[in-house]
Design a binder for this molecule. Structure first.
Ligand code: ATP
Length: 304
């Protein structure tokens, strides 16, 4: 053994998500407000002499080969820097999979950061961001984290000030939605209601939580609700139970609500835990950037 590292890979939600247009290369040009939340996967990276990448995970259905983004991130760094040592990864998933919370992307971001530290490579952040976008559009954001505006295909990032403190109630229904399906079924017309992302950025800069929640919107939501009306029902239940507003995150199926009252957030979470067709419920705080860096080894998978 040549040392190991423990990392937390935090999930994101989209406070706002707009799709501007479909590019000729098939990518969508987006404009999103991203927010990291304190729900995270845990990764332990260890160096060894095996010369191989090995991933162990608590979710038996997850791929552990090149199909896993963690594998691909480690492989890219090993190739790029001529590393012969093997790397063993223990990946404990707590972020729901295929849920619109960037679970795979944030694990890959943690793997890039972890490899940089474990092998003392001194890779500059801009270079890590380039490696990130080569594997997935959301990975650069998952490297910088916090509150940010994401544009282009996700590679143009503008860090924003932290949002005022609040509680996020996160509800993942039992069904999952494929990101590909939602984007393919999105039809942009002149009548499409686009969320006011610029207005939300201004509200964030003002520190105006009501202004932020008042402008929450996701252009993908209608596509998903058409096939999965439960998403609309969860949103209604959340606002009826005290959320300032509620929205589907990314391409779904996760729905989140923003609360200022901790008791109401936890009461609503107890309600959703008893409902049929719900897979996972969490109440978490927003995550703001930790200037001390990424490595931490605290207990539990949810921090309040
Ligand atoms: P996004 O918000 O970026 O759309 P998501 O939450 O919808 O992401 P993920 O949880 O990242 O989706 O998983 C999507 C697919 O990626 C899964 O079906 C899974 O097989 C694959 N995958 C590859 N690596 C991972 C990983 N480390 N964790 C979870 N899924 C992974």
């Amino acid at each position: 053994m040549h040392g190991s590292l423990e990392l937390k890979a935090y999930a994101k939600v989209n406070l706002g998500l707009d799709v501007i247009r479909r590019r000729e290369d098939g990518y969508h040009e987006i404009k999103m407000v991203m927010q990291t939340v304190k729900l995270y996967d845990q990764l332990t990276l260890s160096r060894n002499d095996s010369g191989q990448i090995r991933i162990n995970t608590n979710l038996p259905f997850l791929p552990v080969n090149k199909k896993n983004l963690v594998y691909r991130a480690i492989d890219l760094i090993r190739e790029e820097y001529g590393i012969r040592d093997g790397v063993e990864v223990k990946l404990t998933k707590h972020i729901p999979v295929a849920a619109g919370m960037a679970g795979g992307s944030t694990d890959a971001a943690a793997a890039f950061i972890g490899m940089n530290q474990l092998f003392h490579l001194n890779i500059r952040q801009e270079t890590l961001l380039d490696y990130g976008v080569s594997l997935g559009a959301d990975i650069p954001y998952c490297i910088i984290r916090g509150t940010a505006l994401s544009e282009g295909i996700g590679e143009i990032l503008t860090p924003l000030p932290p949002i005022p403190n609040c509680w996020f109630l996160i509800v993942k229904p039992a069904f999952s939605i494929s990101t590909k399906y939602v984007y393919e079924h999105l039809v942009l017309t002149e009548d499409t209601l686009h969320p006011d992302i610029d207005g939300m950025v201004e509200a964030i800069r003002r520190g105006d939580l009501a202004g932020i929640t008042g402008l929450m919107g996701n252009v993908l939501e209608d596509v998903a609700i058409k096939d999965y009306p439960q998403i609309g029902q969860i949103k209604k239940e959340m606002t009826a139970r005290g959320a300032l507003n509620a929205l589907m995150s990314g391409s779904g199926s996760t729905v989140f609500g923003i609360f200022t009252d901790k008791d109401l957030a936890f009461e609503a979470s107890r309600f959703f835990k008893l409902q049929p067709g719900i897979r996972q419920v969490n109440v978490v705080r927003p995550f703001n950037k930790n200037p001390r860096g990424f490595v931490a080894a605290e207990e539990g998978n949810v921090e309040n």
